[in-house]
Design a protein around this ligand. Structure first.
Ligand code: FAD
Length: 299
């Protein structure tokens, strides 16, 4: 059964690119950075993976075209032009990781060629533990060819992550650190929030001091406060890292952090395949479920 889109609207910008670009532009006008995520995951059919690759390529081109159009429009007018960051987040399982790793690698290289041409940064989201190692190893193969155009995500809840943080710092790769959103067993992932936070803070410090422009992705006040305190204590400038949050979650806090002089990037999901993303957001926080129920009753 397909759920109606209005349920997900708080967390998903639109079902189409055309509906999403104005959202990205208005967040950019408020001083926020953005990354666009065409939703979908775990594709098991080659032709669908190839179609997803074409959609990612088209997204890069549409961001470029939309920025060009708004620059032309504002030519002659006195106001400054707002452009959308050339920055997208993708999932390797969308372009064939679960089908055949070499097929996925070839698809990623094709995408990164386009990304380089349009000076676009591609973040490889991290998925479940069935693909952690394959995601990292494909990343390590492409990174030397596209060091300025590709980055990775690590999840603080995984028991393996200390080594992966080290591995990515050695590479000097851009890492987004997040807690981790998938259900994983105790043998692979810490389950207690206090353990996850402790690891997160350790990795945040490593990435800020030894890594390259890390993304500190969280809505958690404790982690945000500790990150600010750490950079202050080490005299680390705000331009050396960025905070990241999800579209529709803590919008006022996103602006408040930007007003303090920090970079804040908003992850904007869109597209018709929003159900798994939506259900992860509901599972994460009971207030998100209440919000959806409230809107349901209001209609
Ligand atoms: C930009 C971004 C990209 C991500 N990419 C990935 C990825 O590639 N792979 C992956 O597995 N996961 C990803 N995630 C999801 C991530 O792993 C977590 O599941 C998710 O961020 C929830 O953890 P949290 O630290 O944000 O807050 P939570 O653990 O949900 O909440 C912790 C505390 O934060 C505060 N808080 C949280 N939400 C709110 C709210 N709405 N209002 C007020 N207070 C609130 C509360 O104090 C709460 O107790 C990403 C998250 C972000 C922000």
């Amino acid at each position: 059964m397909k759920l109606p889109f209005f349920l997900a609207r708080r967390f998903v910008a639109s079902e189409t690119v055309d509906g999403t670009l104005p959202v990205a532009r208005s967040l950019s006008a408020e001083g926020l950075h953005v990354t666009l995520d065409l939703l979908g995951e775990y594709i098991s059919d080659r032709s669908l993976a190839s179609a997803a690759l074409e959609s990612y390529i088209e997204l890069i081109q549409l961001i470029e075209a939309s920025n060009r159009a708004s620059m032309e429009e504002s030519n002659g007018s006195t106001g400054s032009t707002v452009t959308i960051d050339h920055n997208i987040s993708i999932k390797l399982s969308m372009i064939g990781l679960k089908i055949d790793e070499s097929f996925c690698y070839d698809n990623l290289v094709r995408l990164l060629d386009v990304a380089k041409k349009y000076d676009t940064f591609i973040r490889l989201d991290m998925e479940g533990t069935d693909v952690t190692e394959s995601t990292l190893s494909i990343f390590e193969r492409v990174f030397p060819m596209y060091p300025d155009h590709v980055g990775i995500v690590l999840q603080a809840y995984l028991r393996r992550t200390a080594e992966d943080v080290d591995r990515m710092c050695q590479l000097n790769a851009r890492v987004r650190i997040c807690k981790g959103a998938y259900s994983e067993p105790d043998s692979l992932a810490f389950q207690k929030m206090s353990d996850i936070r402790e690891r997160y803070l350790e990795y945040m410090q490593m990435l800020i001091t030894q890594g390259k422009y890390p993304g500190i992705a969280t809505h958690d006040d404790i982690l945000i406060r500790e990150t600010k305190a750490f950079v202050r204590s080490q005299n680390i400038a705000a331009e050396n890292f960025e905070f990241q949050m999800l579209y529709g979650i803590r919008s006022k806090t996103q602006l408040a952090i930007t007003a303090e002089g920090y970079n804040m990037r908003i992850y904007i999901p869109f597209g018709r395949m929003w159900a798994p993303y939506f259900s992860r957001r509901l599972r994460e926080r009971k207030e998100n479920v209440f919000f959806v129920l409230k809107n349901l009753i209001r209609r």
